[in-house]
Design a protein around this ligand. Structure first.
Ligand SMILES: Cc1cc2nc3c(=O)[nH]c(=O)nc-3n(C[C@H](O)[C@H](O)[C@H](O)COP(=O)(O)O)c2cc1C
Length: 212
């Protein structure tokens, strides 16, 4: 079975989406499974990439939520792929997605997941399952914490379910989860992060609430 992992964050380092896809890999490691990585951190795909993608059994997207939707560079790639896939006669490709967001609540990713489902049907592909994850702001800071432990305790069952569905080519209900830490703690840590960023960029905390 051939699986393509598609990295949809524009970030080239410290991407929460990339870190989540990397953490899904061990759940898929079995004989006969090959996983290849594709970077969609650009607005256009080349012919070769599109030709290659038609030969996979499963496409697994990992991307951040931008303004309740799909980041524009990724949307552009999807539009290109939609035309390409829609022009093919024979295809049996399942699509899975992990969408993560800065807000605590995983269900914030619901609209973006519906956009992916709609894209699938327009491209003539089959929707497998989506996993919407909240608390993306802390994912790279805790990338060494194993799935199933501490703040990532709530991720274990959804990761297992998603991996089993990918391996079996199955479709299932989308899952939306929040991290295993209290919401107020996540908010506190995020605000500390914002203050640190303002300092690093030569600004003051009050600049966070500045209006033009
Ligand atoms: C332009 C932009 C728009 C965003 N919009 C949202 C949003 O609507 N809701 C949300 O919860 N997080 C939003 N975020 C936060 C990202 O989804 C979050 O930081 C995510 O973890 C980034 O993943 P990445 O590191 O893989 O890029 C936004 C971030 C950016 C840069």
């Amino acid at each position: 079975m051939k699986i393509a992992f598609i990295y949809g964050s524009p970030k080239t380092k410290d991407s929460a989406s990339a870190s989540l896809l990397q953490e899904l890999k061990p759940f898929l490691q079995q004989d006969g499974i090959t996983i290849s990585d594709y970077n969609f951190n650009k607005p256009l795909l080349n012919e070769e990439e599109m030709e290659q993608l038609k030969d996979y059994d499963a496409l697994v997207f990992g991307f951040p939520l931008y303004v309740d939707g799909i980041p524009s560079h990724l949307l552009n790639c999807l539009t290109q792929l939609e035309t390409f896939f829609a022009s093919l006669n024979e295809k049996d490709i399942k699509v899975y997605s992990i969408v993560n967001c800065g807000f605590y609540e995983g269900h914030q990713n619901k609209l973006a997941m519906e956009m992916m489902e709609n894209w699938c049907s327009k491209a003539g592909l089959k929707w497998g399952q989506g996993l919407g994850i909240g608390g993306g702001g802390m994912m790279t800071a805790i990338k060494n914490v194993p799935i199933g432990q501490g703040p990532k305790k709530s991720l274990e069952m959804p990761f297992r379910q998603l991996a089993n569905n990918i391996l079996n080519g199955a479709s299932d209900e989308n899952i939306f989860i929040s991290p295993s830490i209290p919401r107020c703690l996540y908010k506190l840590a995020s605000e500390m992060g914002w203050r640190k960023s303002t300092k690093a960029n030569g600004l003051k905390t009050k600049d966070l609430s500045a209006r033009k």
